[in-house]
Write a protein of this length. Sequence first.
Length: 210
Amino acid sequence: MGLSILIYLIGLNACKKEVANTSVSGTVLDTVMNKVAANQKVIVVSCYQGNFRPICGNLIASTITNARGEFEISFVAPKNPYGYEIRAGFDSTYYFSSSPSEEVIPLQKNSYTLYARQISFLKASIKVNNNPFNQMVISCGNSNHALTGATIDTTLYFKILPKADNKVIFTVWDPGVGKYRGLIDTLQIGLQDTTLYSKQIADTRNLPIR
């Protein structure tokens, strides 16, 4: 056998060891409603070196749970010294996973129970009579709305967690003092699909400095 062929075969065998057919299956449960999480997104991510510890976030594969909250993902996992993780991902039906990511072991059938929280909505009626700064950011949950205008009269929708405290944050930049002004309303949300909320601000110059 020629030397070049031998080197090729050794390299080929090494490449084969670089990948692994891996499967992950399990169930996603809704921890708020105490039921299976149907149509919930599940993702597999790869990890990489961070400053202090591995960081996981590069999407490798994804799927959606069935009506029984079950999922199964099969993928080819290139050799990675920092590993792989699976978690319930963010989508339009559920909020972020409420359980930590689970380690995915290549060349093995992995099985896990994951946990998520079904979202509900905050319907926010916002009115600002005078905003000389002409800009305002309103945040709640994982959403931000940037509004412009000396006056504001609008209705905004936020995705929020039911059966939890949710904060509505109003922020403006005051160039005169070189600091932000704003306020925070903490709402105790129940299990309803939509929660109504209204806020009226007379003059943003009177908001506390944050």
